[in-house]
Write a protein that binds this ligand. Structure first.
Ligand code: ADP
Ligand code: MG
Length: 228
């Protein structure tokens, strides 16, 4: 069992913190935004300088599931002063909106430039076991339910099929001047997510949402992993 998962279970947590989920992703070669967890405003500034501006600050708390909703996410910070202020603002927001939340720190991360957003997920089907989901972000998943599923483990060929069978596929190929997305990067993510969930059967749900896909490469912006 992964050290990250062992530790969470030992602490009685069923939901990995974002940085834990991203660290597990990194072990499988799944690209994520650079991140570091700070426990003071000064440390946040130091990490921001290391990572490079612009950065994003996010609350780290086992009691906050939807970070944005409690004022726990501040985007596009461009200087040490903005980072220092955002750090204090986040702590204040969370204390106001969720007074009992245990605050472990603030996640300082690279700001991923906007691009085509995809979602990669995994659920553990009671009958078929780990199952991989793929779709485009936003309305494509939420309104149009334009998603596809495969039972894990999946091959590169399966991953290519998944990508090309969603209705929104033309958008990934490059649509009306929009740049084409790096399909090979998506293939790798799908196969590696499949490996990750196959090798960690204690994962009940995995959600990489969104992943920004670029002309070259991709970057996971938010990651959630729920344990059984
Ligand atoms: P929540 O816990 O509320 O889901 P997220 O980590 O998903 O918090 O952040 C909310 C939103 O902020 C994301 O859906 C994304 O649009 C934006 N965002 C978060 N982190 C980044 C980042 N590193 N780069 C760019 N955008 C980000
Ligand atoms: Mg999110």
């Amino acid at each position: 069992m992964s050290e990250i998962i062992t530790q969470a279970l030992k602490e009685g947590r069923k939901i990995l913190l974002e940085h834990e989920a991203k660290a597990l992703c990194l072990e499988y070669g799944i690209p994520v935004t650079k991140f570091k967890v700070a426990s003071s405003a000064e440390e946040a500034v130091k990490f921001a300088e290391e990572i490079g501006y612009p950065v994003v600050l996010k609350i780290v708390s086992p009691d906050v599931i939807h970070k944005f909703d409690v004022g726990g996410v501040i985007l596009n910070l461009k200087s040490s002063e903005e980072v220092r202020n955002a750090y204090n603002q986040i702590i204040e927001n969370v204390k106001r909106n969720k007074p009992d939340a245990k605050i472990l720190g603030v996640n300082v991360q690279e700001m991923a430039p906007p691009s085509t957003e995809i979602i990669v997920g995994a659920i553990k089907d009671p009958q078929f076991g780990p199952t991989i989901m793929f779709g485009l972000g936003g309305i494509f998943v939420e309104v149009l339910k334009d998603v596809t599923f495969r039972i894990a483990p999946i091959t590169e060929g399966d991953a290519r099929e998944m990508i090309s069978e969603i209705k929104a596929y033309p958008i990934l190929k490059g649509f009306r001047g929009a740049p084409p997305a790096d399909i090979e990067a998506i293939v790798k993510i799908l196969v590696n997510v499949s490996k990750l969930v196959m090798e960690h059967q204690e994962i009940k749900e995995l959600d990489l949402n969104p992943i920004m896909v670029y002309r070259s490469g991709a970057k996971t912006v938010d990651a959630r992993i729920i344990l059984e």
